[in-house]
Design a protein. Structure first.
Length: 149
């Protein structure tokens, strides 16, 4: 991964304005997997929880978790679509992915950010679940990555 590892002020504002991202991971053989996620960004890292929304398997067996355990790589795309195509834009982050265990100082930090951003998380028991953390290694953006008017 080449390029810069930090977001510009404009990109940071853009990711704070959007509500959903798309997390890409891959398994040991390199097979890709993409899932929409809620996220929080603290200026350095992105966080996405393993929450209580219905899932087919328990959180520790989710494909994204197994993929991160196998490769510790992830990509996150945060985009905006608009019928006015002059408003299209995205931020693409590739980086190191890890799983924060309950009790880790960054775990508590992530939960505070996620609960501030998404009121739905305030009533969920997130303290017992791991949190995915992505530390950017490469950041690129495209289009109108600025505040909507």
């Amino acid at each position: 991964m080449a390029g810069r590892a930090t977001l510009t002020a404009q990109e940071a504002q853009f990711v704070q304005e959007q509500r959903v991202g798309h997390l890409a991971t891959s398994d040991e053989a390199g097979h890709p997997y993409v899932v929409p996620v809620c996220y929080a960004f603290d200026g350095e890292r992105f966080y996405t929880p393993l929450d209580e929304k219905p899932k087919r398997v328990e959180a520790n067996k989710l494909r994204r978790v197994r993929n991160i355990e196998a490769r510790h790589e992830a990509a996150l795309v945060i985009d905006r679509y608009a019928e006015d195509w002059s408003q299209l834009g995205y931020v693409f982050v590739q980086g190191h992915a890890d799983l924060l265990a309950p009790g880790d100082a960054l775990h508590a930090h992530a939960l505070r950010l996620l609960r501030e951003r998404y009121p739905q998380y305030r009533d969920m028991n997130l303290e017992t679940q791991r949190v995915i953390v992505i530390t950017p290694a490469s950041v690129t953006s495209w289009g109108s990555v600025k505040a909507q008017h």
